[in-house]
Design a protein around this ligand. Structure first.
Ligand code: AHR
Length: 324
């Protein structure tokens, strides 16, 4: 019995000695476990309430997990994002999170990231690249589906007859392209629903108001419905309609996308008719995904957020549970 205990003790000492053996580290760098994970996040800007909620979610989650987040606000310019990504690469971050302003023009800088072995996680907007391996995954909503949901709801509300004025998002941005595509695809089944005018208002409330004012000036009698690619533009349009003495939510049916608090308030006030949610609370998914990628796990190329449509009838009940 005594010899068995002695053997067990010896083997424990052996294990300890093995695990305390110094690891191979590059000269001057702290051990991997002691080093904080560093992630570069290139954000589009702060054009909408939705965008602010997304930034808050990713920043908050980084803080919770003790991740060092290098944040860069591109102020709506792709050139600023390209500079930020180059700088993240130079700083040897562990991963790059990119919310791309537009779909195209990413190959050169993402090739640099790939060559530096830095995974790139796209959030909320997709890109068009000749080589899909330039990014690891996209965490986002299905924008085409959102556009379809908006059109189907509007068709039901208007019995398939409406003269529609469309406020598009930023030109060249995935949500602007795909929300238009999905909406138009669904309209094919409703020949008496037509888009009379369609213009970009850059996802902002101020431009939504400005473009709506121009629509009212040229087509006042014609405006039956407004489809806005985000809530902020719809809220700007509501202001323009009211200032012109019109009755948003009653004479003019409005539907938009995002599901921000302001949209719920406008629905409760009877001025916005419906909103299709697009969930910006992706912080936890982003860092879970980064962890999986770093552990060598394979992740899907598209990680889809789930969305739903909200109308005036339930707005008052659900507003208190809305997180953004
Ligand atoms: O990419 C998501 C879109 O960008 C949101 O719908 C909009 O509000 C934002 O600015």
């Amino acid at each position: 019995m005594r010899w068995m205990i002695a053997v067990a003790l010896l083997s424990l000492v052996g294990c300890k000695q093995q695990s305390s053996e110094p690891q191979q580290q590059p000269a001057g760098s702290p051990p991997a476990a002691a080093r904080k994970l560093t992630i570069g996040f290139s954000q589009v800007g702060a054009e909408s309430a939705w965008r602010t909620a997304e930034t808050k979610s990713i920043r908050g989650e980084a803080e919770k997990r003790g991740v060092e987040l290098k944040f860069s606000d591109a102020q709506g310019k792709q050139a600023n994002q390209i500079n930020a990504i180059s700088s993240f690469i130079a700083q040897k971050v562990d991963a790059i999170v990119l919310a791309p302003v537009v779909e195209t023009g990413w190959e050169p800088v993402l090739t640099q990231a790939k060559e530096a072995n830095i995974p790139v996680i796209l959030v909320d907007r997709g890109i068009k690249v000749s080589d899909e391996s330039l990014y690891t995954t996209l965490i986002a909503s299905d924008f085409v589906e959102e556009g379809k949901m908006a059109a189907e709801w509007l068709a039901k509300k208007t019995n398939g007859k409406a003269r529609i004025f469309e406020l598009q998002g930023t030109t060249g941005a995935a949500p602007a392209i795909d929300r238009k595509k999905g909406f138009e695809a669904a309209l094919k089944n409703y020949p008496e629903m037509t888009i009379v005018k369609s213009q970009s208002a850059d996802f902002t409330r101020a431009k939504g108001k400005e473009v709506m004012e121009a629509f009212i000036k040229s087509d006042r009698e014609n405006i039956q419905a407004v489809y806005a690619h985000n809530d902020d533009m719809a809220l700007g349009a509501i202001q323009a309609l009211e200032e012109a003495g019109m009755n948003p939510g009653k004479d003019v049916t409005l539907i938009s996308i995002d599901g921000v608090k302001g949209a719920f308030e406008a629905m409760i006030a009877g001025k916005l008719n419906a909103t299709v949610e697009c969930n910006p609370l992706m912080g936890a998914t982003v860092f879970d995904t980064v962890a999986k990628v770093r552990a060598g796990e394979k992740v899907p190329k598209f990680i889809q957020s789930k969305d739903q449509l909200f109308e005036q009838s339930t707005a008052a009940q659900v507003i208190s549970s809305r997180e953004y």
